[in-house]
Write a protein that binds this ligand. Structure first.
Ligand SMILES: [Zn+2]
Ligand SMILES: [Zn+2]
Length: 215
């Protein structure tokens, strides 16, 4: 992603850099941003990007994608976002930068999770082998839970969460992307090979084991 008047040399003097939205020229005087996918240019104003967003997203380590490039039909393309992060592996710093870009894109395009709903038995396919197993070894669970079947395509964890929260597996890719961003952008919480992971424990002057005798 580049700001036309700052970072990318003008490679094509003619026919110019038409904005993908309004088709007018993106001149050097106008704040414009380039899509890292299709390389089209967009006026900041034509995509309703605030100056604060524009300055933030224009940072050199971040990427920006136009509406067409983040969509697949009417839907946000979460799998493409996950692929962009995966493409940076094994360079963790690069993966973190990409996760930051994806987080910015979700916010910029106002991509939100649906409202959580109460899921009923009728919205799930009961998994018969699990039911039989629980009936034999753990029957009390069947009084509270229904073993549900989800597609086994490597996304079963996120499909299960999606099903239990929304009554559909369809949100699994959105949940997976959010989980990836969360883990990458918060290494102090999730990366035990980093110094930040143990910092809270070092700062905790807590209670010594021997103190428990006097508590
Ligand atoms: Zn425009
Ligand atoms: Zn694009």
């Amino acid at each position: 992603m580049s700001r036309l008047n700052l970072r990318r040399p003008l490679r094509r003097p003619a026919p110019g850099f038409p904005c993908r939205v309004c088709r007018q020229e993106c001149t050097l005087e106008q704040e414009s941003i380039q899509c890292d996918g299709c390389e089209c240019w967009l006026h900041q104003q034509c995509i309703n990007m605030s100056t604060t967003q524009y300055v933030h997203i224009s940072q050199p380590h971040l990427q920006f994608y136009c509406k067409q490039c983040v969509s697949m039909g009417e839907r946000y393309n979460f799998l493409a976002a996950l692929s962009r992060i995966a493409h940076c592996a094994p360079n963790v710093q690069s993966m973190r930068s990409q996760a930051e870009s994806e987080f910015n894109l979700l916010r910029f395009y106002s991509v939100c999770l649906p409202d959580v709903q109460k899921v009923t038995d009728r919205q799930v396919s009961i998994h018969a082998p699990s039911t039989d197993m629980l009936h034999d070894f753990c029957p009390w669970m069947l009084e509270q839970f229904v073993p549900a079947q989800v597609v086994g395509d490597g996304n079963c964890l996120f499909r299960s969460i999606s099903l239990s929260l929304y009554g559909t597996e369809d949100v699994h890719d959105h949940l997976r992307l959010l989980a990836s961003i969360e883990v990458l952008l918060n290494p102090g919480v999730y990366d035990r090979t980093g110094d930040a992971y143990y910092q809270p424990y070092k700062e905790d002057d807590g209670v010594w084991v021997s103190d428990y005798d006097t508590l």
